[in-house]
Each structure stands twice: as structure tokens, then as C-alpha cells.
Design a protein around this ligand. Sequence first.
Ligand SMILES: Cc1cc2nc3c(=O)[nH]c(=O)nc-3n(C[C@H](O)[C@H](O)[C@H](O)COP(=O)(O)O)c2cc1C
Length: 187
Amino acid sequence: MIEIIAGTNRPGANALKLAGIIRGYYRDRGREANILSLSEMPQEIFLPSSYAQKPSSWKVISDRVLNADGLHVIVPEYNGSFPGVLKYFVDMLKFPESFERRCVCFTGEAAGIWGGFRAVEQIQMIFGYRNAVMLPDRVWIPGINQKWNAEGTGLAEEALVARLRDQVERFIDFVERNKGLAAKAAP
Ligand SMILES: Cc1cc2nc3c(=O)[nH]c(=O)nc-3n(C[C@H](O)[C@H](O)[C@H](O)COP(=O)(O)O)c2cc1C
């Protein structure tokens, strides 16, 4: 299973809207994908005690990452970087098996002109440190608020849709080739 991670807990986030659209592209290629929004992170995980002892409510999220064949991370740009909550999400997941040899790909998005370019490059440093297997093909979406169709339900720009579909196709193939390398959750 591929988990599409909407990399923020901001209400009304474009990341979550994009995750839904990208899930449609996976379905068009005959692949089911789940959406994991960081807004699903339980409140208890934000207690300082969670560094030492994870709340029981965290296991369902943690296991979704551990059982994923691939993680497609939507990375919003916040202050020229990725959201702090996305780093906290990474910090709370099981070390080292959550990302060790797990397939990951990245789609950046921002209101501004850089389209999450720096955000993606910065988070790739972390996934590189964690020995993730990363798809070389990344997509950046500048001016995200101008990309929606009139109804706000889909992307209006054909060239962008083509780039995202191409990334999805490449990631499906990449995951097929590499998915056996990562650990799964203990039952
Ligand atoms: C805390 C915060 C910081 C932001 N910093 C930037 C930024 O540095 N560059 C930029 O282009 N947009 C910035 N934005 C706008 C986001 O890129 C914009 O909200 C975009 O839709 C992606 O985030 P979203 O998935 O939360 O919607 C920022 C938004 C927030 C909430």
C-alpha cells in the first residue's frame, strides 16, 4: 500500500486537497493509496512525555508507515522550509525501521514562487540520513492557490497534471522494484 502523507495539520490545507487528487491518479493506474493527513495525529502525541512513551493512539499511525510499500509525501513550504509538524511526525515514528530502505517520493507546494523547492530539498536531507530509498523525480508546485479549477475541486493546469501523473507512474514502478527492502510492523 502507498500512503500519501499530507505534510501539515493546517485546517483547509492545500496539501490535503492535493493528496486527494494524487490518490485519484494512483487509482487511474490501478493502485489503491491511503491518505495520511497530519491532522490525524492524536493530541496526546504532542505531550512532551511522548518522546519516552508513545501513547497507545499513536500505534495505528505508526503502523501505517511501517506497513507502507511507499510514502508519497506532499510537502508544503512554511518559512522557506517544510512544516515543523512534519519534522515532529518524523521524530515520533519508530527509529530506524520507519524509513530504513523504505520508498519515498516528494511533491512540494507553496503559495509563493519557489513551489516548495527548498522545503523538499531540506526534508530529503532527513530522509537521506534515515536511509530511505528516494524517487529521483520530484515535483514542485508554485502559486498553488492559482492552480485550482473554478470549482476548486481539481487542478486547472494540464502541464502540472501531466507532471504529477508522470511522478505517480514512476513511483508505482519504483515501489514495485524496491518494496521488499523495508521492514513491516510487528503484528
Ligand atoms: C506558517 C506558514 C509559513 C508559510 N511560509 C511560506 C513560505 O515561506 N513561502 C511560501 O511560498 N508560502 C508560505 N506559506 C504559504 C503556504 O505555502 C501555503 O499555505 C500553501 O498552500 C501550502 O501550505 P498548505 O498545504 O498548508 O496549504 C506559509 C504558510 C504558513 C501557514
